[in-house]
Design a protein around this ligand. Sequence first.
Ligand SMILES: [Zn+2]
Length: 409
Amino acid sequence: MTTPILHRAPWVVPVAGPALPDGAVLVRAGRIVETGPFAALTGKYPDAGLREHPGRALTPALINAHIHLELSHLFITALKERVAGFTDWIATLLDLRLSHQATGDEIEAAARAVLARQQEQGVIALGDIGNTDLGSRLAPEFSGFLRHFQEFLGRSAKTRRSVQAQLAAMPDDRLCCAHAPYSTHPELIRSLKERARRLRHPFPIHVAEPDSEAEMLSRGSGELFSFLDGRRFLEHPYQPPAPIDNPGSVRYLHDLGILDPLTICVHAVHVAPEEIRILADTGARVCLCPGSNRYLGVGTAPVAAYLASGILPALGTDSVASNPELSLWREMRLLRADHTAIEPAQVFAMATLGGAVALGLAEECGSLSPGRTGRMLAIPLREECKSAAQLYDLLTRFNHNLQPEWVND
Ligand SMILES: [Zn+2]
């Protein structure tokens, strides 16, 4: 039988419970058996091997719940001319995707480099969205959980028929999702969600990222509507699918029957108070992308209201097409800068447990609870932390050069 190892550190951050000074985590055969004060665990498990992590905090590895690996070669954020808002960004992304002469190998190499960097930064699980199967091909190389969702969008009857045919041929273990209410016909969103619900798969969808989405859905007007209409993307005549008094995209998805605990509303920036109640009542998940939101200038999500409603959001970086740096550490820092009243402990919980719950991985990772993976992080603390509050403050304001160490056994 494998000898259990007792990992001891000045601070242990279980996330599912309070931070422990002079804490310990007992790991046997790659799984956590117990987390608690060192004094208690060393007495209870006298035969365990001891591994000390001086000057470090032991924490769960991070979860990046929203990324697009297949866009890793499209550095829109590095372009000289900054995009002028959401629709300009879509136009730039579409044009760049068409004009970029990247080969499949180059795209794959860029995605692989992003994935390696995520791992170096302490990410154990990702929710990857793509229109190709690149993410699922890379999944076996990632020593963690790479959940790849094949994304569909489109509004025409022809596209809907084609997607239905593809879905019918899709193996049950492939995860599929819809892009966004503005880009995807309601019947297509419904079919994709029905498949995900039948298979008990998580179902991410971009929701309420620009404020013009709600106006398009309920009135058939506004910046997003004009942009898509100008690109001949919309069916004619376009019938706004939501009633005129619709407050937003979350209400719209609720009326479509899409929201349940397996649905992940990504971005969820422009969400009215009554819609936050809907999210809380249905148990739908939220994934915030503060870095991408900031770059695109779409606003900030109502994070305090989510937390007050009992919703623990997940965090995602989105891709290099809308975020100059893909780092969950930076996302935590930006979230705190945008929402100064939020407790740092809650921000750290978003980057770990929130993501694990959203991706259906909470039994595997996201906390240092019994049964979870023993692959955790040992984070060098640059200053002595005298209180849990000081520790969480430090953990959520690291800059990009942080190199956490992996604890692998
Ligand atoms: Zn996205």
